[in-house]
Design a protein around this ligand. Structure first.
Ligand code: HEM
Length: 481
């Protein structure tokens, strides 16, 4: 057995996966019936509290190991793609949906996609794209001003997803679907069916949908067909633009992929791969960013003094402009990123990350055969006083303190905040995401006071591949100055 070692191996006897503690389950099916998919992250967190880390649970005869130690996970994330990969069902489930792009692919295919996507989401590209980004943020503002005037309650999870879909499409594919200006029938309504279905299928005991389809599977098929049609027409329009208005360099990711295809006579990147990458970016950029912003809102709604402060701060930086006027000014909006980062420390949108080793390894003195399933549960480390002082308190200022002030405030270990992952597969969209946070939240606080339309205790965390709020109804009142 070739054994690679990761993390804190010690002189104590090697443990096997079967030696790890396991919650009590049933014969043959193990813990399967306890695994409510929409609450998976909370169930795993509760077991971590009861059993410590690492532990395992059983789906039939298959053990799944659970880890919460961020040092270990950091090193596992860094040892990709050669020693660890994403959990295998992620690739097969995305592949079946025609979405096996950068997030789910592995090996050589991953490497070539990664280069293209990194280039498309690079800081210089986002800087050049800023006027469009500001324009889309103004449309979000117009939508919210309308709602405030009419006294309507805004379902923020919906509006924010429209915002992120418009941004990602305009940046990466050179086309703005303007979902913010539509009421129904927007492509985003089909997109939002996909990730919850991925979640259910990745964790299913057997792939029943290959044998028979439930009504929800048929709805998913319809949505996938709709999304693929939409992407195909976008590809056709991009080809026409490249023919009719040629440019020396590709103007966006879609054009870069189409150029790569032409250069290699279609051999190195197929239409299906381009389509999969387009869909990947739409999915990866939508929920994560929208829900990180949405999770910030209950904390603001609960603290009128913080809202007043943020309103003054937004006015100081933005002045009378409707949104942050230029890219350079974004650097003065640190607090608007901090309020979202702090919210996702307590409400992690990336609540569970999953891996498996590509060879036999030893991790924390546990022998893990090749292919052992490993889930990393993110929240325990982020609410551990060892990593963050007074960890249950929503305190965005902890991300702003520097030098002596930071030292006096106590623990603040940013390595325990793994919301964007780490290592070679770290999220390539993180810069775009934080720019969106700064822009949308500064506009919101500059223009409005917000109030939740329901008791915050009624808002549920749902595991839907990312961890999303089931609803975020907000009342907006125009700020009086
Ligand atoms: C707050 C917002 C976001 C969060 C919390 C987030 C989180 C993550 C996480 C945890 C990963 C896995 C990282 C790893 O395995 O080490 C990831 C990967 C990825 N993200 Fe994001 N993301 C966000 C926004 C975005 C945006 C805006 C885009 C693009 C428009 C994007 C595109 C991707 C892609 C393509 C991958 C796959 C990278 C790879 O496997 O090489 N993400 N993201």
């Amino acid at each position: 057995m070739s054994t690679a070692s990761t993390g804190t191996g010690s002189a104590t006897a090697l443990r096997q996966v079967a030696d790890l503690p396991c919650p009590r389950g049933l014969p043959l099916i193990g813990n399967l019936l306890q695994l409510e998919p929409t609450r998976l992250h909370q169930i795993l967190e509760r077991w971590a509290e009861e059993l410590g880390t690492p532990y395992r649970f059983q789906v039939g005869s298959i053990p799944i190991t659970i880890w919460t130690d961020t040092e270990l996970i950091q090193s596992i994330m860094r040892e990709r793609p050669h020693r660890y990969r994403r959990y295998q069902p992620i690739e097969s489930v995305f592949d079946e949906m025609g979405a096996n792009g950068l997030f789910s692919s592995e090996g050589v295919q991953w490497e070539s996609h990664r280069r293209l996507v990194m280039q498309a989401l690079s800081i210089p590209n986002i800087k050049a794209f800023y006027p469009t980004l500001a324009d889309i943020t103004q449309r979000l503002r117009a939508r919210w001003l309308r709602a405030a005037e009419r006294g309507e309650t805004v379902e923020m999870t919906d509006d924010l997803k429209r915002y992120t879909v418009d941004v990602t499409s305009a940046l990466a594919f050179g086309e703005d679907p303007r979902t913010l200006e539509q009421d129904h029938g927007a492509i985003q309504e089909h997109l939002e069916r996909i990730l919850p279905a991925v979640m259910g299928r990745i964790n299913a005991l057997f792939p029943y949908w290959r044998v028979f389809k439930l009504p929800s599977d048929r709805k998913l098929d319809q949505s996938l067909a709709e999304v693929h049609r939409y992407i195909d027409s976008m590809m056709a329009r991009a080809r026409a633009r490249m023919r009719d208005e040629p440019s020396e360099l590709p103007r966006n990711l879609l054009e870069a992929m189409l150029v790569q295809q032409q250069q290699h006579d279609g051999e190195s990147i197929s239409d299906a791969q381009i389509r999969a990458n387009v869909l990947t970016l739409l999915l990866a950029g939508e929920d994560t960013t929208a829900d990180s912003i949405a999770w910030t809102l209950p904390y603001l709604a609960a603290d009128p003094a913080l809202q007043t402060h943020l309103g003054e701060e937004a006015r100081r930086v933005i002045g009378d402009a409707p949104v942050c006027p230029d890219y350079a000014t974004l650097k003065d909006l640190d607090i608007f990123e901090a309020i979202a980062i702090e919210a996702t420390r307590l409400r992690p949108v990336a609540a569970v990350h999953s891996f498996e080793p590509l060879e036999d390894v030893v991790v924390d003195n546990v022998a893990l055969p090749k292919g052992t399933r490993m889930f990393f549960v993110a929240r325990p480390a982020m609410v551990d006083a060892k990593n963050f002082a007074d960890p249950q308190r929503y305190d965005p200022w902890r991300w702003m303190r520097k030098g002596e002030q930071a030292e006096q405030a106590g623990a603040h270990d940013v390595r325990a905040y793994l919301q964007f992952g780490a290592g070679p597969r770290v999220c390539p969209g993180r810069h775009l995401a934080t720019v969106e946070m700064r822009l949308a939240l500064s506009m919101l606080m500059n223009e409005f006071e917000i109030e939740l339309a329901i008791d915050p205790a009624q808002i549920k965390e749902v595991s839907a591949f990312t961890m999303v709020p089931d609803t975020m109804p907000v009342k907006l009142r125009k700020r009086v100055r």
